[in-house]
Design a protein around this ligand. Structure first.
Ligand SMILES: [Zn+2]
Length: 285
């Protein structure tokens, strides 16, 4: 969640040739040497600017071919000529880096392709994401790129900033995620908060939370009825959070959730009012 390893840019010329040539060999657009060089420097400029929005990334020298590059994004779809780029980028992640729970089945244009047309097939502007995140971000056309962190380029300090506030009553869990700004540069704290709010992660996570906690039910049972159950459970949750911090990196929502539960005495006193309910799949059925 939050960060993904920067993908290899790959063979840019080969990608351009593939995207701008029909199967028949007919060219969709015949790039001049100058345009090709300008695309290389545009991509390099994008990297240098860490994908931040800037008019410099809409160079007039590419005005003529920008339309063709924008249209060429179709070739990155499944079954099309640049589909290998798509599968390479998607296979680099286990889950959507924006929410940390959805299947990353789509590519999100970090800088929207309708505004940054010449960047439409730049691999480093294509971030794996789940459909709900991609859709939610898509409605932010005016803000896109400005408020959202870039999963490839954002530098994130090694501090814990994602917090889950858990309230629990009558077997019902309520979890609200928030960003703790302490230890973060203020602009980054704002950005993370913006992302959390705009992607509606708190509203979208209840299903994922239920599924995750029910998958832990067998482990919870080990402590049931033990003397000191409450403290054993608290330690189990904190140990679990530590393991997730190590395995998934700091600030995954699952680790934040376990820490939030460990801090919620009402839950520790009687987790069974929640866990003894039918599991989520049975509810859905
Ligand atoms: Zn997502």
């Amino acid at each position: 969640m939050w960060k993904v390893r920067l993908p290899d840019a790959g063979d840019i010329d080969d990608q351009l040739d593939t995207a701008l040539t029909l199967k028949s060999g007919e060219k969709v657009y015949d790039l001049s040497d100058a345009e090709r060089a300008a695309i290389h420097s545009l991509y390099a400029d994008y990297d240098q600017r860490l994908g931040e929005p800037d008019a410099a990334l809409q160079p007039p020298a590419l005005a003529d071919c920008a339309e063709a590059l924008h249209g060429a994004y179709n070739q990155v779809q499944k079954g099309q000529r640049l589909a290998s780029l798509r599968s390479r980028l998607l296979s680099a992640v286990m889950e959507c880096p924006l929410c940390g729970s959805g299947d990353a089945t789509t590519l999100d244009h970090h800088l929207p392709k309708d505004e940054y047309r010449a960047l439409a097939i730049n691999p480093r502007n294509l971030v794996p994401s789940c459909q709900p995140c991609n859709r939610a971000k898509g409605t932010l056309a005016a803000l896109a790129g400005q408020g959202m962190i870039h999963a490839y380029f954002q530098v994130i300090p090694a501090v814990t900033f994602l917090k889950a506030n858990v309230t629990y009553a009558a077997g019902s869990l309520e979890v609200v995620f928030s960003i703790e700004p302490a230890g973060l540069p203020p602009a980054l704290a704002d950005r993370l908060t913006f992302q959390l709010d705009r992607l509606k992660l708190t509203e979208r996570h209840p299903d994922a939370i239920n599924i995750f906690l029910f998958s832990q039910k067998v482990a919870f049972r080990l402590f049931r009825g033990n003397p000191g159950e409450r403290e054993l459970l608290r330690q189990f949750l904190l140990d679990g959070a530590d393991t997730l911090d190590q395995d998934l990196g700091l600030n995954h929502w699952r680790a934040a959730l376990l820490k939030g539960l460990a801090a919620c005495d009402a839950f520790l006193d009687d987790p069974w009012a929640y866990l003894d309910k039918p599991p989520p799949a049975m509810n859905a059925g």
